[in-house]
Design a protein around this ligand. Structure first.
Ligand SMILES: [Zn+2]
Length: 532
């Protein structure tokens, strides 16, 4: 067929070939990979499975001639962004996630620009979910020469395409803004990737249904199961043949919580030799999510009583749909005041239509609801605002109404305009439903500062501020304890690695996890390599 790289073979085979035929084709490819391997010395091996990353570098496992599974942590190690982990056997090089590093601008830019995983030599990427800190640099990987398949769940494929197109658009806008404001002679600024790179990587997506083993090659099997974190989020189970034995690696991606609206609970898995687990809230217990529905009703009713408007800044992916879902339930129960409500975010509007396409993977409550209500994300009185003109018109609107708008931390997007027109009237309410990072407008409102700066002008903050907690999509320590316990009961956990957490959170979770594992859990450092 004249095309020997794994991507072309796999894509073609998924349509036309059986897995037996795939085995023959991939065996041919293996020879090619072996010829390309770089020869390194095995002297840099150290005790305890830790390998010096400086001496060896990622991508050298296959040349060591040792049948060990090799893991290199290239992001989200001792931090909460830039999820990226390289998995190597003698024959394979797989990347788990390819997220954006977020934080200080220059440092993030440097790390997002330079891949340590040798993109052209990767066989495939397995993507856990669509959040940008796990997926955001996939187009960059394509730009750097990666042409293999990206395996992910069916809903993730739909959600992540929208997120990546939005990311490319934001970068292009930022570059245009910087070019207008940079001093003459300053080097030009380039986006990390373009819409064309997004087009390229999207063609590589290989969506897989949940809960089925997929034989990707004779030595690689993959199963995705619901992580319950956002729509489509997956727990990754990889069976890898490593010399004479098979090893099972489980990667949580981001683990969700039990009892969240819309989403199913995280799936317990059977067993694993290697566990890579997130640890974002490994030292925290969340308040129950169900309180939020009652709180929303109270806030809206109180605003209605005084004729004020309610502004709800919300992330476009997940939070917006959860709030709308609660409002829809309140409407169905006849409890919601009859006032106009608006979702004003083009991104949230597009993402909600993806939610409507994937109702079958939502929890039992949604399935029950669907028997009497075909659309859990719409009800009479709720409008999804499309044009900018309609959005601007809301600022002049009189009386009580509710606006759910992005961004969640009030830093950009249409919500900033709504806040500008709402903060200085004591009849209005600003309901914050998500985490507000330091130095954001959301945090200043959260802290009820007497004046807040919006678009370089100070406005007195007279509006009522409500902080509604309880919708975090991350497992807390009790969810982790339950999920680890289920694996330990079923078949056990061998060696665990904790990633995607601030050090104090990961350390706290390591103590919890220790009682369920054969080996003491490891908190890898950035760039560190392990053999297991
Ligand atoms: Zn996430």
């Amino acid at each position: 067929m004249g095309c020997v790289n794994w991507n072309c073979v796999t894509r073609y085979v998924l349509v036309c070939y059986s897995f037996a035929e795939l085995a023959v084709l991939l065996a041919k490819r293996d020879l090619r990979t072996t010829e390309n391997q770089i020869n390194h010395s095995a002297n840099s091996l150290t005790k305890g499975g830790r390998v010096s990353s400086e001496a060896n570098g990622p991508g050298c496992a296959s040349s060591l001639g040792i049948n060990h599974l090799k893991l290199t942590f290239l992001g989200a190690a001792g931090e909460v962004t830039g999820s990226q982990h390289l998995i190597e056997t003698d024959a394979r090089r797989l990347l788990l996630d390819c997220g954006f590093v977020q934080g200080r601008r220059a440092e993030s830019r440097r790390r997002n620009e330079r891949f340590q995983c040798r993109p052209k030599k990767l066989d495939a990427v397995v993507l856990s979910h669509a959040h940008i800190d796990h997926s955001g640099n996939l187009p960059g990987l394509y730009r750097a020469g990666f042409r293999g398949p990206v395996f992910c769940s069916e809903a993730t494929a739909d959600v992540v395409e929208i997120m990546l197109r939005d990311s490319a658009k934001i970068q292009a806008e930022e570059v245009r803004y910087l070019e207008r404001h940079l001093k003459p002679g300053h080097p030009s600024v380039e986006p990390l990737y373009s819409e064309e790179d997004v087009d390229g990587i999207v063609k590589q997506f290989e969506p897989l249904p949940f809960d089925e083993w997929h034989e990707l090659a004779p030595d690689v099997r993959l199963r995705l199961s619901d992580a319950g974190h956002i729509l489509g989020s997956a727990i990754v189970e990889l069976d890898l043949e490593d010399g004479d034995e098979w090893k099972r690696l489980v990667f949580t991606g981001d683990l969700g919580r039990r009892g969240l609206p819309i989403l199913r609970d995280p799936t317990p898995v059977e067993r694993c030799d290697v566990l890579i687990s997130e640890s974002t809230y490994g030292n925290r217990v969340h308040p129950p999510a169900s309180d939020l529905k009652a709180e929303l009703l109270r806030v809206i009713s109180e605003a209605n009583a005084v004729g004020g408007r309610v502004i709800i800044p919300a992330f476009s992916l997940g939070r917006t749909q959860q709030v709308v879902y609660f409002l829809n339930e309140l409407h169905n129960d006849g409890k919601l005041p009859v006032i106009p409500m608006f979702v004003d975010s083009p991104l949230a509007r597009r993402l909600t239509s993806v939610f409507r396409d994937h109702k079958s993977i939502m929890n039992a409550n949604v399935q029950n609801l669907l028997e009497t209500d075909a659309d859990p994300f719409g009800f009479p009185g709720l409008a999804y605002v499309a044009s900018q003109a309609e959005s601007i018109a809301l600022n002049r609107r009189k009386g009580t109404f509710v606006v759910i708008s992005a961004s969640g931390m009030c830093e950009n997007g249409r919500v900033v305009h709504h806040l500008k027109h709402a903060v200085s009237d004591e009849r209005n309410t600003i309901a914050l439903i998500g985490y507000q990072a330091g130095h954001t407008l959301g945090r200043r409102i959260h802290d009820r500062q007497s004046e807040v700066k919006i678009f370089d002008r100070l406005y007195p903050l007279k509006a009522h501020v409500e902080v509604l907690d309880g919708l975090s999509g991350h497992a807390d320590v009790e969810d982790f304890r339950w999920w680890f316990g289920e694996i330990a009961k079923a078949g056990g956990i061998g060696q665990a690695f904790l990633v995607h957490g601030e050090p104090e959170s990961s350390q706290a979770l390591a103590q919890v996890l220790d009682e369920f594992c054969d080996e003491e859990p490891i908190l890898p450092e950035l760039g560190e390599t392990f053999e297991v």
